[in-house]
Design a protein around this ligand. Structure first.
Ligand SMILES: Cc1cc2nc3c(=O)[nH]c(=O)nc-3n(C[C@H](O)[C@H](O)[C@H](O)COP(=O)(O)OP(=O)(O)OC[C@H]3O[C@@H](n4cnc5c(N)ncnc54)[C@H](O)[C@@H]3O)c2cc1C
Length: 502
């Protein structure tokens, strides 16, 4: 009996994870990717001797990556070399007010204690609870496909969920433990990864503080793209075929079953289709109207995580006063957050982030030079013009030069900007979003766009707009979850392997 053919649309983290997991279960998998290289939002490019990671720069939750490779009897170190950063990152609170976040918990406690007596003990307590949430959240909840409320109906799990502060905001939760302004800013920072305001993010996500403080910030030498290269290599070892420059234009459906996927240059037969491209794009552009699970009104009401304005900069000299990860929190986040989430507009006084991987890794810049990735979060769906980008380039450069006390602009030898228009052109991103759907309470688990189509029997979705959510570790998990659902719904031929369990 022939094995079943699966077409995966998109070669980002979730598509790679789904494709590899399905190939491991005996399916014949072909990945169709519109761009010339894999990686999706995590692609990289080279220019003037610099190697730029285009998207993710924070490697958190190393256990999720390790368990991903372990599923295939491999280990992370088979594919790339990880180092733990120390300090994990630096926060710029203002002029001459730079704080390094030490990797050591004892050193961090000492820092907290200096700011707020008694806070070290409270941090200990906070992390104990966060560790429990991480354990249940990352090892159980995020692997739920979110297809039925029954998945959550075990008494143990219900008790766990109640203990996990799902109905309290992380904003309130953090203030129950700490009052010093700097500590609050530090503890709220990881929530920014989830794409919503701390006030709208369940306290369950203090698990992100556990990831930050207890599990640490890591870096794959050579850059984040090393993870993609490793995943593609593993996928190919498992028999997955990759076809690039294949912009999928239609999923052909007959009697409620996806039969073929059409690109500009070919037609591909499918028994199952897994779409890892942006969910909204697949529904709106690749499916006929009657086959869409959600209305345009539904999508308009979704809370999207922010988009961002990015500058990839090659600096022709080494810079002072910068670490690998630098958060410029010298302005108040309140007004900037308001301009991202409540009253979407380009911000008056933005916070921004600078990554300088060349501080850790000499391979990403020519000798004696610095590689900078500068990111400013901004609301999705905004007008995006060259003039606006340039205005913010100058705002950011003024502050960067002033705070780090050096000239940067006149040493820029390579510069490329990236924002909404690019996210749409490159990834078909809904409203030019960068990070998918925000992790609010009303967009959690069953309340997210479903990983299985409601109208097309053999069409599934994976990636940052469905379960479990945005970010590299969730996208890795999303691919594994969808593969398991496919295996449940579409039995394999006799003699082939059964799906792996979590
Ligand atoms: C600037 C930026 C910084 C980030 N920083 C971090 C970080 O530090 N840490 C972290 O954990 N996460 C970070 N993230 C989030 C993380 O990168 C994403 O959540 C994750 O990469 C999403 O993977 P995905 O597979 O869901 O989507 P994608 O990576 O977008 O993959 C979808 C793929 O589908 C392809 N596609 C789209 N339409 C079609 C079509 N019609 N035909 C064929 N192919 C198609 C796209 O080209 C793309 O390759 C960041 C994201 C961005 C943008």
């Amino acid at each position: 009996m022939m094995s079943k053919k699966v077409i995966v649309i998109g070669a980002g983290f979730s598509g790679l994870s789904a494709a590899t997991s399905l190939a491991d279960q005996g399916y014949e998998v072909t990945v169709l990717e519109k761009n010339a290289t894999p990686g999706g939002r995590a692609r990289s490019f080279e220019a003037e001797g610099y190697t730029f990671d285009m998207g993710p720069s924070w490697y958190w939750m190393p256990d999720v990556f390790e368990s991903y490779f372990n599923r295939f009897n491999k280990t992370v170190s088979d594919y790339y070399h990880l180092v733990r950063l120390d300090p994990s990152y630096t926060v710029v609170f203002g002029e001459d007010d730079f704080v390094d976040l030490p990797a050591s918990l004892d050193e961090l406690k000492a820092l907290f204690e200096k700011w707020e007596p008694g806070s070290a003990a409270r941090l200990h307590k906070f992390l104990e609870q966060a560790s429990y949430k991480y354990e249940v959240g990352i090892n159980q909840l995020v692997y739920k496909p979110g297809r039925s409320v029954k998945e959550f109906m075990s008494l143990r799990l219900l008790l766990d969920v109640l203990r996990m502060d799902v109905f309290q905001s992380i904003h309130t939760h953090i203030r129950r433990f700490f009052s010093h302004e700097k500590i609050i800013k530090l503890m709220e920072f990881p929530v920014l990864f989830l794409g919503a305001l701390p006030q709208n993010t369940p306290a369950l996500y203090s698990l992100m503080n556990y990831a930050d403080i207890s599990l640490g910030t890591w870096y794959p030498m050579g850059g984040m793209y090393k993870i993609i290269e490793g995943m593609v290599q593993l996928a190919e070892e498992m028999g997955v075929s990759f076809l690039y420059n294949q912009d999928v234009q239609q999923i052909e459906v007959e009697q409620g079953i996806a039969r073929r996927v059409r690109t500009a240059s070919g037609m591909f037969e499918a028994d199952v289709v897994v779409a890892s491209a942006d969910y909204h794009h697949v529904e709106r552009q690749l499916l006929a109207p009657g086959l869409r699970s959600y209305t345009e009104d539904y999508w308009d009401k979704r809370v999207m995580a922010p988009s961002c304005l990015i500058f990839y900069l090659g600096i022709g000299k080494r810079l002072q006063n910068l670490r690998h990860h630098n958060l410029f929190f010298d302005e108040d986040f309140g007004p900037h957050a308001h301009e991202i989430y409540t009253d979407p507009k380009w911000p008056a006084k933005p916070l921004f982030y600078v990554s300088a991987p060349s501080v850790t890794d000499s391979s990403v810049a020519p000798e004696g030079c610095e590689n900078l990735f500068v990111l400013m979060p901004v609301a999705p769906g905004l007008e995006d013009t060259e003039e606006l980008r340039e205005r913010y380039y100058n705002v950011i450069m003024d502050r960067l030069e002033h705070l780090t006390k050096q000239e940067v602009r006149n040493a820029v030898v390579y510069k490329r900007s990236y924002a909404h228009r690019d996210f749409i052109t490159d990834y078909n991103a809904f409203k030019g979003n960068a990070y998918g759907l925000a992790n609010t309470l009303m967009q959690t688990a069953l309340l997210k766009p479903s990983l299985k189509s409601k109208k097309v029997k053999n069409l599934y979705y994976t990636g940052q707009l469905t379960v479990p959510g945005p970010g590299v570790p969730p996208s890795l998990i999303s691919g594994q979850v969808v593969a398991k659902e496919v295996a449940k719904d579409f039995a394999l031929a006799a003699g082939q392997r059964l799906p792996v369990s979590n």
